[in-house]
Design a protein around this ligand. Structure first.
Ligand code: COI
Length: 356
């Protein structure tokens, strides 16, 4: 696959670009997209970059009926020297293949996929926004396209990459957000698809998210799907707590998404000699720590969300304000360092950056 050349069909008319200081998340798309097809007889084939356009897909395509699809989220950053940087793209492609495996989708060639993403980002490089905190969000995804409504793995797929210039994910920007601990609905269970990045997990989260949103919460905090006791993750990011000097994040248990930012946060904390542990943590323990004045910080970590400080959580109608509701020192240091590495302002001791 690596030897396949990627044909580029440039669009005739370039779209108007948004003002980079007025961007929110995920509504504007660039001029081009990458597409590659899969069939059981040819494997992955015909990689190409085309003008961004609507797809023509049979209404009986399996993705519309049984949701056999996976996706990733990555970003391209512009440095002050006008260089373009990707952050740990190999981790995203590894995770895409893990998700593929869970959803019975044939694996992609990870190195080739990174090559394709780099080429697409180069073609649309003038779309990378410059304003502070903005970037070009990269959304690779795979959908099953065989026209068949029997329940089985599809024999045909499309791997597509689209690009979107983005600002902050939350309307709060980089300010702390409030989260609601979900007691009624569950996102997934161990043995389900929780650790795969597949649309169904997000579809399952919408009801709780909608209810919480109407009450003024930015996100829902999911508990384990069996006992509804243990903390798993927030709708669009992994979660961390600083309790009595130690940073704690729920251990990967088969139903939590293995975030690239989560992994990077753990590595940075270890590098700084800040105690960090991955373990089970229950809501009762969290509330007790808060009650005892030991809960020093809470924050989420994700590609779209970056590092998002959490000012308050609400569980069983009890509101717990974390410290004074302001961004904590560890969340700030992590945000500054991660974005510093991503935008080329800080040295990259882990070789996380891949230049485009
Ligand atoms: C990301 O952080 O990139 C995600 O995929 C989360 C979300 C926007 C669904």
């Amino acid at each position: 696959m690596e030897s396949q050349t990627i044909q580029v069909d440039h669009c005739a008319v370039r779209k108007e670009k948004p003002k980079s200081d007025q961007l929110d998340f995920g509504r504007i798309f660039t001029d081009h997209m990458f597409i590659m097809d899969y069939s059981d007889d040819l494997g992955w084939h015909d990689p190409r970059i085309e003008p961004y356009q609507q797809l023509s897909i049979d209404p009986s395509a399996m993705v519309f009926h049984y949701g056999q699809s996976v996706f990733e989220g990555m970003k391209a950053y512009l440095t002050a020297e006008d260089e373009i940087q990707l952050f740990r793209p190999e981790k995203n492609m590894q995770r895409l293949n893990n998700s593929n495996d869970r959803l019975c989708i044939p694996p992609i060639d990870e190195k080739f996929a990174i090559q394709a993403i780099k080429k697409l980002v180069s073609v649309d490089s003038d779309w990378i926004p410059e304003a502070e905190g903005t970037s070009l969000y990269i959304r690779p995804f795979i959908i099953s396209t065989e026209p068949y409504i029997g329940v089985a793995p599809s024999l045909h797929y499309k791997f597509i990459v689209i690009l979107s210039p983005v600002g902050a994910y939350y309307k709060e920007g980089i300010n702390p957000i409030k989260i609601a601990v979900e007691n009624e609905f569950v996102r997934t269970v161990k043995g389900g698809t929780g650790e795969a990045k597949t649309g169904g997990n997000y579809a399952a989260s919408l009801k709780a998210q909608e209810i919480a949103g109407k009450k003024g919460f930015a996100q829902v905090l999911w508990l384990d799907g069996v006992e509804k006791k243990y903390i798993e993750e927030v709708g669009s990011m992994n979660i961390f707590f600083k309790i009595n000097g130690e940073v704690i994040t729920p251990e990967l248990n088969g139903s939590i998404l293995e975030g690239v930012t989560r992994n990077s946060v753990i590595q940075l904390l270890k590098y700084w000699d800040v105690p960090v542990v991955e373990r089970k943590i229950g809501m009762e323990e969290l509330q007790q720590a808060h009650h005892d004045g030991l809960l020093e910080e809470a924050f989420g970590a994700g590609t779209a969300a970056v590092i998002s400080p959490i000012s308050q959580f609400t569980w069983n109608n009890n509101d717990s304000l974390i410290k004074d509701g302001k961004t904590g020192a560890i969340a700030k240091r992590l945000y500054d360092t991660l974005t510093g590495i991503q935008y080329g302002r800080e040295k990259d001791p882990f070789d996380w950056i891949v230049k485009v």
